[in-house]
Design a protein around this ligand. Structure first.
Ligand code: HEC
Ligand code: HEC
Ligand code: HEC
Length: 129
């Protein structure tokens, strides 16, 4: 008689305690496995205009410089640290290689909660999305 009543109570308690813990367990799992987003890199290119580290940290500044040089100074050619030349153009240079904006630029920006307003005017690549 007693066992018949006690058993469901214990099961109920265990389920209740389990339910209380769930948010913490799930929370740990999520933060524990967080890693940077997987970026879709250009298939046929190995190098960016500058090193990966430089680009990761400085691409916003580089784009600002590019715009200023192009619009204020009429300078349309960028020579990188290795002496290689690139046409100064967001659409025709950056986005030609990084034609998968959704799985490259956007992926990082979503994580960082930034929404560059460039695409109000500049055309995004139409290719793979
Ligand atoms: C209000 C519209 C507008 C917005 C918003 C805008 N641009 Fe531009 N941008 C232009 C125009 C117009 C040119 C001139 C195009 C030319 O002469 O080649 C230009 C030129 C540039 C150039 C140099 C030439 C080229 O074709 O790429 C760069 C680099 C550039 N913009 C970057 C940016 C970036 C980065 C952002 C976002 C942070 C941005 N722009 C936002 C209108 C805009
Ligand atoms: C010739 C093709 C090409 C051009 C042009 C190019 N990229 Fe890249 N970009 C790459 C490649 C390839 C990588 C990966 C480099 C590596 O893994 O070492 C990369 C890496 C990057 C990264 C770092 C990604 C990471 O993993 O942290 C950023 C940011 C970036 N590019 C932005 C830009 C911007 C902005 C422009 C224009 C100013 C641009 N790229 C122009 C090919 C290009
Ligand atoms: C490795 C991650 C990463 C990739 C890839 C990346 N960005 Fe960014 N981008 C960032 C971060 C983080 C910021 C915000 C940095 C800050 O505010 O200091 C940023 C900021 C910017 C800004 C300035 C926006 C603002 O409001 O200040 C522009 C413009 C920009 N990115 C363009 C691009 C373009 C174009 C591409 C794709 C060709 C690209 N980014 C790819 C991480 C990335």
């Amino acid at each position: 008689m007693r066992m018949q009543n006690g058993f469901p109570i214990i099961v109920g308690l265990l389920l209740f305690i389990g339910a209380l813990c769930t948010p913490f367990l799930v929370g740990t799992a999520v933060t524990g496995t967080y890693k940077e987003p997987e970026l879709k890199l250009p298939a046929n290119e190995k190098n960016c205009v500058e090193s990966k580290e430089f680009m990761r940290e400085q691409h916003m500044q580089l784009l600002n410089d590019w715009r200023d040089w192009a619009l204020r100074d009429g300078k349309r050619i960028y020579t990188n640290h290795a002496g290689k030349e690139f046409t100064i153009s967001l659409q025709n240079t950056c986005m030609k290689c990084h034609n998968n904006k959704a799985d490259f630029c956007d992926k990082c920006h979503n994580d960082a909660a930034v929404t560059p307003y460039c695409w109000d005017c500049h055309i995004q690549p139409e290719g793979l999305k």
